[in-house]
Design a protein around this ligand. Structure first.
Ligand code: PNS
Length: 163
């Protein structure tokens, strides 16, 4: 039984995250999607909201579990009996930060291996941060996130999208 952990803020989950999650779930027996709850960022969605959106949009992934984690990722890895961490790399610009984080995590825990996965190129420029910015200005985010996520973002901002 091989479990992999896919950590992130998922604030909110995007089509890029879902693409990586589906790819990872095909390779491993179990995919633990771990929502970080104590990141320094000020999230738009609560943990419960992010978990609900992930559960809804990953309903087609039977071997997944959506959990929350606090504190260091290296401590969450053994807690969920994961053999590796998955991180998505959209473009070369992601690599430097991800490389640093992967090595730092392995320094903190020699067992903590990180695997990088590339989402489909059509998602290479999709980011939760930009989606929130576009939605706040009433822009169309329907091609970047599932409909349920788009509705949740607009609702949070009290914005009606301009079509
Ligand atoms: O989706 P994000 O915001 O890029 O995810 C980053 C995340 C949550 C995976 C990362 O910040 C993290 O692992 N945070 C937990 C705290 C931790 O372990 N920090 C040390 C990293 S070397």
């Amino acid at each position: 039984m091989r479990t992999v952990i896919y950590p992130g803020s998922f604030d909110p989950v995007t089509n890029g995250h879902l693409d990586v999650a589906r790819r990872a779930a095909r390779i491993f027996d179990k995919l633990v999607i771990a929502v970080a709850c104590n990141s320094e960022k000020n999230p738009l969605f609560t943990f419960e909201e992010r978990q609900a959106l992930l559960n809804e949009t990953c309903a087609d992934i039977p071997n997944k579990e959506v959990v929350m984690f606090n504190g260091l990722l290296v401590n969450a890895v053994p807690r969920f009996e994961a053999c590796a961490v998955i991180r998505g790399i959209r473009a070369v610009s992601d690599f430097e930060y991800e490389f640093q984080m992967a090595l730092m995590n392995r320094e903190l825990s020699s067992q903590c291996e990180t695997l990088f996965m590339m989402p489909s190129p059509e998602y290479s420029y999709v980011s939760s941060r930009l989606i929130k910015e576009i939605a706040l200005c009433g822009g169309d985010i329907s091609m970047f996130v599932p409909p349920t996520v788009a509705q949740a973002v607009y609702r949070k901002y009290g914005v009606t999208p301009k079509k």
